[in-house]
Design a protein around this ligand. Sequence first.
Ligand code: F3S
Length: 488
Amino acid sequence: MTEKKDILRLTAPLSWLDGVDPETGVVTQPGHPQFGQSVAGRVVRMPHSVGSTVGAYGLFKLARHGTAPREIILERPDSVTISAELVGIPVRVLGSAEAPELEVDAEVPEEFVRFLQREASLAGAEGYVRVRSVHISGVSYTTIGEAGLEFLEGLAERGVKVRVLSTSNPAGMDLSRWRDMGVPESFAEKQIRIVNALKRMGVLPTLTCTPYLVGNHPAPGEHVCWGESSAVAFANSVLGARTNREGSVKAIVAAVAGLTPAYGMHSEENRRPTVLVDVDKELEDTTEFSLLGYLVGELYPHAVPLLKGVRNASIDEMKALGAGGAASGSIELFHIEGITPEHHLEPADGAARLSIGKEDLREVEDRLNTTGSSPDLVTLGCPHLSLSEIWHTWSLLRGRRASVPFWLFTARTTLSQLPRDLVRELESAGVKLYADTCMVVAPLREMGFSVVATNSAKAAKYLRTLGKLEVILMPVEELVEKFTVPAG
Ligand code: F3S
């Protein structure tokens, strides 16, 4: 019989990436009601996970340190947490049913078939859908550590191959300029092994969280299986594709099998709005969009919000909005009235109502700012910068020079499309353009930084919780104004 003290009931969702200390199993997620309690060796009942899809490797780390839960009981299925089964942690979902039959050919490892059947059964899936593409998160050594490296090298060693277009998330460093970034040699060696293992499996080394900007661009209604929570929100909301928020490990399983259990966002019924949000403020920049997403994700972590009152939203602004909601919550899909492709879907019965104004956004911004001191690094590019964002930054910087290290992060493909003159001008203004990585998954602390400025609510959250850094959050215009000086 399980004693009461062996059961830990989490009354709020938890991030397995940065909400639990892998060495002790103690809940460290700021503001979590069970902060300070341990999951180690206990039966953990929880609503679902939130935040990064790389949380799957957080569970691997707990297992490696002997601090994992004995069993996890989910109140709603999520593939990030269900990945725990791959390291021997049993998962149950309340009210789950029998697994539908799954037929795949012999090249799919047996444990992957078992995992997909188990997920289908836990999630109450009606069957399986073939996926057009996969996006794999959990590529940086910072986030996946030895547990992830061993897992990926083990698969590559066995000759496991993906069978659908599979792109990959940022690594912990720019693969060409890591020495220039100041990344330690020991880190670089592990990072290169991770990327090589993925390449041996057939995964494209796109190393970006914006796969939709570099050729992995699903059509409306197409079923895909994506990790990287910000890309999931973009694929569902802006492209009208269909994907759940997939755990990094699960995405690999689906890439190898070419299919995924059909539940959640794969069904139109679950794509209807569950929260109607009146936005009582004209949003002025991508930072405000990211703050809006972040606040909705905090208040309704698993909602499908329909935002009303947003007059216009560019691709870059929607990219920032989705990243915010997926960082504080686990928002997979949002609608913007009159703008996104499925905004016309009838709201679900009993949909909640919410009103958000200027003061609400200011309050979140204040909370995410942890210091009033000066940054030792300014960063832009969470999610990775698009061509238009780089262009906009360049126009703000004309005639100015960075007064502290000023780094921009983008996809290598995006970088290769920029005119060489523009890159040279930025670099001579003291602004570095790095590809393949970002401010959150690069080992900034080990590289000597302690106060980092950004314009993204998602980056602000993870720089603090994962990077253990002090954070300054403000729009790009202010970052340029404050941390550059007139040139010459
Ligand atoms: Fe992308 Fe890194 Fe942000 S992976 S969404 S830039 S945390």
